[in-house]
Design a protein around this ligand. Structure first.
Ligand code: GDP
Ligand code: MG
Length: 259
């Protein structure tokens, strides 16, 4: 006898990927990146959407985003004036966590076309296997870095060792890379716990700050080896080095000694 099956009542819709792109004057890079993201998602059969936060760009970033919104589900957030990476990542992650369903995964990456979109597959896989946050890491066996100036490599390496000593996090070596996947509900819980203070660092040091706050929530972290194609980057890096180093130290002291 053939029994007819019902869809199980507990089964929730499959994961969707929400990709957050903080963009400041990325006209040159954004279009190519969106095409590469779309191909990677299509290859993997993953349902996805993109959240672009334009941080008061003075070039054609918005026009590029609008052009691709005809083909790809893109949500565009705009800052009228430049507010820095911290506020931009905060708004992008907030919008993404507000729109995500229970099993959705949020991926943040640079909009400068240096982060390889094909990695989203293994990052989301690890989330589905039980991690809460997955970092694309320069310090895992199999990572490959092309075109990053030596002084930038040394800075990231310095941050790595310092933070591993002062704030060891099981599973984390790369504290500063912005390419990460988050279990959507974990971000939602973080916004509930910390409110606006979840991401309150203005500059690039927000990346470390986010990790330290999630660490305090007992989140499970893992890493995948990053392929970083800095050689594909159009235009200059927007990181203000001295400013970021100073604020990263200040942040470390604040987390260590409170206040
Ligand atoms: N919102 C915002 N985003 C920024 C700013 N500066 C850089 N970004 C974005 O942050 C990401 C990282 O900047 P990027 O120049 O790639 O830094 P690098 O790769 O570390 O040299 C990119 O997606 C930039 O568009 C800024 O002032 N505001
Ligand atoms: Mg970059």
């Amino acid at each position: 006898m053939i029994t007819s099956f019902h869809p199980p009542p507990w089964r929730r819709p499959a994961s969707k990927i929400i990709i957050v792109l903080p963009a400041y004057n990325e006209e040159e890079n954004l279009g190519t990146l969106l095409e590469r993201i779309d191909e990677a998602m299509h290859d993997d059969g993953l349902a996805y959407r993109v959240v672009i936060v334009d941080d008061g760009s003075s070039d054609g970033t918005i026009q590029v985003a609008e052009k691709y919104a005809k083909y790809i589900p893109i949500w565009i957030e705009r800052h009228n004036v430049n507010q820095g990476l911290g506020a931009t990542i905060r708004d992008g992650l907030y919008v993404a966590s507000a729109m995500c369903a229970d099993r959705d995964i949020i991926v943040a990456m640079d909009a400068d076309n240096t982060h390889t979109p094909g990695l989203i597959r293994s990052m989301t896989r690890l989330i589905q296997e039980g991690s809460d946050v997955v970092i694309a890491s320069r310090y895992q066996h199999g990572s490959y870095i092309r075109g990053v100036p030596l002084h930038r490599q040394l800075l990231s390496l310095g941050a790595r060792f310092l933070f591993q000593i002062v704030f060891p996090i099981h599973g984390v070596r790369d504290y500063t890379c912005g390419y990460r996947a988050y279990q959507g509900f974990v971000l939602r819980e973080a916004f509930q716990k910390y409110g606006e203070q979840f991401i309150n660092e203005e500059g690039f040091q927000c990346m470390v700050d986010i990790l330290l706050k999630l660490r305090a929530m007992g989140v499970i972290f893992r890493e995948v080896p990053l392929i970083l194609r800095y050689d594909l980057k159009g235009g200059e890096s927007k990181m203000k080095i001295a400013h970021t180093v100073f604020h990263t130290f200040a942040l470390m002291l604040r987390h260590r000694f409170g206040g």
